[in-house]
Write a protein that binds this ligand. Structure first.
Ligand code: MRU
Length: 348
């Protein structure tokens, strides 16, 4: 690298979850971008709380954190005959934290399967630790593959609208929708981003903008409700989002506000791309209507920077919405670019 501007143009990677052998170090996403604070989770209960309170968030990152929660559970049991019982209880605890992201349940299933196939007298917590580390490392590789496949779809100069945060923070360290943007940028494409602020918890304006700025990728924050105006003015070339769970028919559940973006993209003739690992796909569910949608506390809507903005008022706070498959132009996964009809497009 010769000069500072060249250095800045390279996407910088960072890891929000670091396994320390005895604990999981978590970059507290609630405090970003003002404070970069790492908290140490030493028990499965602390990991469950970190997921519930969104210290860790983003479907793949939730799955990774839960996997390490299972390692901590196995470590806490002295009697080898009691480990499976403890893992079953811990799985229940972690599964109760957030209902929507498929990756959480996928990771827990994978950890249980690892424990079940372990030979008797094996070092079970050692095997589980390896499995959790593999889940994290594989997610990084999977996101790099999504990035490459997705970047190939982007023209050399492009303005992308995205929603929520799907970057390094939300995954094993590269990102899905944001991973595509990072990969395109690394290939030398001129990518600029409109980041929806993503009310009420502002994952877009707090986290996506922070990540992109660190990577030297031009980003403009947008009120969620301004997307239509921007598309009408021709400021956006395509929409790329992530997913929390995708049903067999290709219906996509993602952060609330995704569905209206898909409708707007259709109206304006723009491609609506969804980037997600196959661990987000739930082939057991025929359509998005069967995906549980998390409802969070009304307080998140009724307060702004800790101040109550309305008193004595009810609020409805669904964390996700369902985008019907007919509005999705393509799903980009680690195996390639899938086009509708999605039912018959899933790789083995
Ligand atoms: O409530 P959050 O912040 O966990 O919601 C996250 C999203 O909706 C992301 O788009 C999704 O998990 C994909 S992250 C790669």
């Amino acid at each position: 690298m010769s000069d500072d501007s060249e250095v800045k143009s390279q996407p910088k990677e960072f890891i929000s979850l670091t396994w320390k052998g005895e604990s999981l170090l978590i970059l507290d996403q609630r405090l970003l971008p003002h404070e970069e604070v790492f908290v140490e989770a030493r028990t499965p209960e602390e990991i469950a709380e970190a997921i519930r309170t969104l210290q860790v968030r983003g479907a793949p990152a939730i799955g990774i954190a839960a996997a390490f929660g299972m390692v901590l559970a196995a470590r806490s049991v002295k009697n080898p005959d009691k480990v499976m019982e403890c893992l079953t209880q811990t799985r229940k605890l972690l599964a109760s934290t957030r209902p929507t992201a498929r990756n959480l349940f996928w990771a827990l299933e994978r950890m249980i399967a690892c424990a079940e196939r372990a030979p008797r007298n094996a070092d079970l917590s050692g095997l589980l630790e390896k499995e959790a580390l593999a889940i994290q490392q594989e997610d990084y590789q999977v996101c790099r593959a999504i990035g490459e496949y997705g970047a190939a779809l982007l023209p050399d100069k492009v303005s992308v609208l995205t929603h929520c945060n799907t970057g390094a923070l939300a995954t094993g360290g590269w990102g899905t929708a944001l991973g595509i943007i990072r990969s395109a940028r690394a290939q030398g494409k001129e990518v600029s981003v409109y980041a929806d602020e993503t009310r009420p918890l502002l994952q877009g304006s707090r986290l996506t903008a922070w990540e992109l700025e660190r990577g030297g990728i031009p980003v403009t924050i947008l009120p969620d409700s301004a997307a239509g105006y921007c598309m009408r003015k021709g400021l956006v070339d395509m929409v790329i989002v992530g997913a929390d769970r995708i049903a067999k028919n290709g219906d996509v559940v993602n952060k609330v506000g995704t569905y209206p973006l898909a409708l707007l993209a259709r109206e304006h003739g723009l491609e609506f791309l969804v980037a997600a690992p196959l661990s987000t796909v739930d082939l057991s569910l025929a359509s998005g209507e069967e995906i549980p949608i998390e409802e969070r506390s009304p307080e998140e809507v009724l307060t702004l920077s800790g101040h109550l903005i309305s008193t004595g008022t009810k609020a409805f706070n669904p964390a996700f919405d369902i985008t019907p498959a007919r509005l999705v132009s393509a799903i980009i996964c680690e195996k390639g670019v899938l086009r509708p009809p999605f039912e018959s497009a899933w790789p083995d």
